[in-house]
Design a protein around this ligand. Structure first.
Ligand code: ATP
Length: 342
């Protein structure tokens, strides 16, 4: 499979201070026709990863990367005019709270027709016909009537279908979906997930699917990358990573999300807080919350330095983990030395 998206060593800082890293050395690949889910707790840096890809980080955040390519195009070299064409064209975008993303003064039809005319170079009449077809295609009943509606007249589920139609109108090679079902109830969530999966299969596009919820992710992802405090700590094939999580953080996430409540009916929560991504140590950011590090008596090593992502016995060769406890064989003799002072 060919890589559709390549992100190499993406770092995001808040201003010029090198210590203020919100993302630190994030590398991701999404192959053609693949859904990669980026998961992690709130504040771990998932949305900032997406915004860095489309070069829409809010000030004062600045990004640096070794490489950032989509469909063979170098986004680091693209000017602002070209990025404007890529956003909504090569890269389609879905966000949570779709009703807020729609312009309250424009009809549904105007939203969908705009990329059809811009990217498909359709006439006004042809765009109108194609809009109704697209609205029907994403499962919107009475598409001709809905095309004349405004955002406040739509349910959350219909609004997200409109956003999907708008994204598909630009014929994207990559769809970035940032928590697209978080604001929806469970039945509508399942419908929207099925729609995204069906469109991915039909059009062969790739998807970066961002979520904090492993149950949602397990329904749609081919591969999963787990993010903790601005770092990817584990990635691999979805079914394998969920069945045999290697990093203690991923194991805790799986227990929280996928396992049943305990005998008291309480949902398990990971003890402690992630803490701000800005206060970085040279060691593993999860170490202060990590019972496995404590049990293995590796606290000093884990606090002093962090290993590279490496195979840790999870099965496939592309299932990798950044953890001394999960991959003790990866620990070099100088592991107790900080690799970097920040
Ligand atoms: N303008 C900013 N200046 C400094 N830090 C920021 C700024 N915007 C966001 N951050 C920090 O960046 C980190 C990553 O935020 P991000 O929104 O990417 O997290 P997330 O994983 O998407 O969480 P959520 O699921 O809640 O959206 C957070 O710790 C946040 O506080």
């Amino acid at each position: 499979m060919n890589a559709l998206l390549t992100v190499d060593n993406l770092t995001v800082r808040a201003g010029a201070d090198p210590a203020t890293r919100i993302l630190d050395g994030v590398s991701l690949t999404i192959h053609e026709g693949e859904v990669l889910a980026l998961v992690g707790e709130s504040g771990s840096g998932k949305s900032m990863t997406a915004l860095a890809l489309i070069r829409l980080l809010p000030a004062p955040l600045v990004a640096e990367a070794g490489a950032l390519t989509v469909a063979g195009e170098d986004l680091l070299a693209a000017g602002e005019r070209r990025m404007n064409a890529i956003r909504g064209g090569t890269i389609g975008m879905l966000f949570q709270q779709p009703k807020r993303m729609l312009d309250p003064t424009a009809t549904v039809g105007a939203h969908v027709a705009e990329p059809l005319r811009r990217f498909g170079r359709l006439s006004r009449a042809a765009a109108r016909r194609a809009t109704v077809e697209l609205l029907a295609d994403v499962g919107i009943p009475e598409p001709r009537r809905r095309a004349r509606a405004y955002a406040h007249q739509l349910s959350g589920g219909i609004a997200q279908r409109v956003m999907i139609a708008t994204a598909l109108a630009g014929q994207p090679r990559l769809l970035i979906a940032d928590e697209p079902t978080t604001a929806l109830d469970a039945t509508v969530e399942a419908q929207i997930l099925r729609l995204i999966a069906a469109k991915k299969a039909e059009l062969g596009m790739s998807v970066l699917f961002i979520s904090h919820d492993l149950r949602v992710v397990s329904a749609i992802a081919d591969r999963i990358a787990v993010m903790y405090a601005g770092r990817i700590v584990e990635q691999g094939p979805a079914a394998e990573l969920l069945a045999a999580p290697q990093h203690p953080y991923t194991r805790a996430l799986v227990e929280c999300s996928l396992l049943r409540p305990d005998e008291h009916g309480e949902l398990y929560a990971i003890p402690g807080h992630a803490g701000p991504a800005l206060s970085l140590t040279a060691g593993c950011r999860f170490q202060p919350r990590c019972a496995a590090s404590h049990a293995a008596r590796l606290e000093h090593q884990c606090a002093a330095a962090e290993p590279e992502l490496a195979f840790s016995g999870g099965g496939s060769a592309d299932h990798t983990t950044r953890c001394w406890v999960a991959s003790p064989q990866a620990a070099p003799s100088h592991a107790a030395q900080p690799k970097e002072q920040v």
